[in-house]
Design a protein around this ligand. Structure first.
Ligand code: R7I
Ligand code: MG
Ligand code: MG
Length: 363
């Protein structure tokens, strides 16, 4: 039985972690976007390292790094919670659709656009129906649910049941495939665990994975003892692979290839959420100084290539919830689109959460 320590974060720490998580998600998206779909060669890894070094140089100002659909949708989730502290998923669906038609060229997934169009045409009558019709009725298994889930993980950080329910519904507006939903749940739990870690404490990476394995159990098929049926536990299998990878002492090139082969780097939730978790844990295991963990995690995520904006964004949300705003580079933040609005949004989300808690106590 894994017992979770409740954090006794003071207001200052809460604010740092809310900001760290949402800024982390924004930075990963903005920095990863230029490399989306790329295969990263050894030479390009150096280019990415130099790119980070340059952005971290005090007063360096390049063209503002633009965010993509990952951030556009994350902002909608946060806005829905800020406007209606009792989660309103119809409002969330309306915000997704409004945002998409306002700025359709943010690199949305090919198929999710059909969902937006159907939602609009049906006037949001049944907000889960269009998504359930995707891919001949099996629903999308893309990472679009997981990539935008961070605000919910923050908002319900100490309310497990509400978090699971809300994250499931928020995901099912566009992704009803169990792999799409469970990917979002796993991402939520990774953020939540980072959030719950006492500020400044080191993470035990193996315990971190153990805890995720334990929490994912109710959402994946169980062994049928009578019939010895094949277990279907894809996310837990990925978590076991992460445990193995964290024990590896290979040279980096070999390890890199193994990460790509076993965890993956593509647009499906199964081959991107565990990868993001690994990027974070690898950085934790290998980085002595707290101040370097965020950069090392996000830089590594981008060097994996493939769905770089999304994997870096999910890595950034996890790492940012752990280290807090103070360990994200100020100059990098200032080079990203809507960074000020993101800080404001994090503060408003925290305020909404605190108001909701106060109301619950008074009722
Ligand atoms: O999941 P989704 O929102 O896409 C997110 C990705 C991120 O990388 C963003 O940065 C952006 O680039 O897109 O959008 P969907 O359209 O639901 O899914 C994305 C893609 O995954 C689809 O276009 C399909 O190619 C693939 N896909 C599937 N393919 C086969 N069978 C998703 N579900 C399935 C499936 O069930
Ligand atoms: Mg994107
Ligand atoms: Mg992407």
């Amino acid at each position: 039985m894994i017992r979770r320590m409740m954090p006794t974060h003071n207001c200052e720490v809460l604010r740092k972690k809310f900001r760290g998580c949402l800024l982390g998600s924004l930075l990963g998206d903005c920095l990863g976007a230029p490399f989306e779909g790329d295969f990263i060669s050894a030479g390009e890894k150096i280019v990415i390292k130099n790119y980070f070094d340059k952005l971290e140089t005090p007063d360096f100002k390049g063209p503002i790094k633009q965010y993509t659909d990952d951030t556009a949708m994350t902002r909608c989730v946060a806005k829905a919670l800020i406007d209606k502290p009792e989660p309103d998923f119809t409002l969330m669906a309306k915000l997704f659709v409004k945002e998409y038609f306002l700025e359709p060229k943010r690199g949305y997934g090919q198929n999710v656009i059909t969902v937006f169009k159907k939602l609009k045409q049906s006037r949001f009558q049944d907000i889960f129906k269009p998504a359930s019709e995707q891919f001949n009725g099996s629903g999308s298994l893309g990472n679009g649910g997981a990539m935008r889930i961070a605000p919910l993980a923050l908002y319900f950080f100490d309310k497990d049941d509400l978090l699971v329910d809300a994250a499931t519904k928020a995901t099912k507006i566009t992704h009803t495939h169990p792999l799409g939903v469970n990917g979002a749940l796993l991402q939520c739990m990774a953020i939540q665990q980072c959030f719950m870690t006492k500020h400044g404490d080191k993470i035990d990476v193996h315990k971190f994975v153990e805890e995720l394995l334990h929490k994912m159990k109710p959402f994946e098929y169980e062994e049928d003892e009578d019939f010895e049926e094949i277990l279907e536990k894809p996310y837990r299998e990925k978590l076991l692979l992460i445990q193995n990878l964290l024990h590896r002492t290979y040279e980096n090139d070999e390890l890199y290839d193994e990460v790509l082969e076993t965890l993956g780097n593509n647009i499906s939730a199964l081959e991107s959420v565990p990868t993001a978790i690994y990027c974070f844990l690898k950085a934790c295991a290998e980085t002595p100084e707290m101040k370097d963990i965020f950069r090392n995690a996000v830089e590594y995520a981008i060097t994996l290539g493939g769905d770089t904006d999304t994997i870096a964004s999910m890595t950034g949300a996890i790492a940012g919830a752990y280290v807090g705003e103070e360990h994200l580079n100020k100059n990098v933040i200032e080079n990203c689109e809507k960074h000020k609005e993101t800080i404001e949004m994090a503060d408003n989300l925290l305020a909404a959460r605190q108001e909701e808690t106060a109301e619950m106590k008074n009722s």
